[in-house]
Design a protein around this ligand. Sequence first.
Ligand SMILES: *Cc1c(COP(=O)(O)O)cnc(C)c1O
Length: 252
Amino acid sequence: MTGPSHAPSGAAPDPERAAELAANLARVEERIAAACAAAGRPREEVTLVVVTKTYPAEDVRALAALGVRQVAENRDQEAAAKAEACADLPLSWHFVGQLQTNKARHVVRYADHVHSVDRDRLVTALSAAATAAGRTLGCLVQVAFDAEAAGRGERGGVAPERVGALADAIAAADGLRMDGLMTVAPLTGRYAGQPRMAFDRLTEISSRLRETHPAATMVSAGMSQDLEDAVAAGATHVRVGTAVLGVRPRLR
Ligand SMILES: *Cc1c(COP(=O)(O)O)cnc(C)c1O
């Protein structure tokens, strides 16, 4: 994981912040455990991915010390710097943001999973980058429930009708592994304000997809506000930022 030239960067987080993160993490853990219990699912079926965007590498370091192993970012530049600063830690990085094809070469250097694959050109770019880097990248197709059949969602993603073709393209691409599906609860369209319905639809699409791609078992859904809905619907990965790290200053 770690190159010998990487000095562990980032001072130890201040104890107050570490205690805050520990308390927040414990609350999120309780929520996930309660949601699993309510759904009759074993706790081990759900993986917490902590979304550390906008927060410094010191926080990632503190989270790693608390046992977090899966972290996510949504912007390449920030992610690359943080992953490098944390290269000595036993972390797996997930990329969950909208991704430009010209960033593919960067992302394959640090990410183990990209959750936001939503077009053929990105599949081609990630495949070329992963192959050149001698890596295998886990890919999830991002499903947008607010997308028109031919278009993309407001926050990225493809319409449900196009999931199959994109999954086939990923599965056929060198250097890529077709691992599953991701969604963000839509803000517009018929599922707006109905995260549970959207997540149920995602799980249905996932079941159908697994008839042809049996290893594509990841269902990435649910954030700080709606993780219970996602666990109830069958998510295997919840992506939680705010509830662990605090409210972010507004982006963009
Ligand atoms: C920021 C982000 C999250 C986490 O959202 P919170 O509401 O802070 O938990 C999850 N998924 C994606 C794609 C994100 O960009």
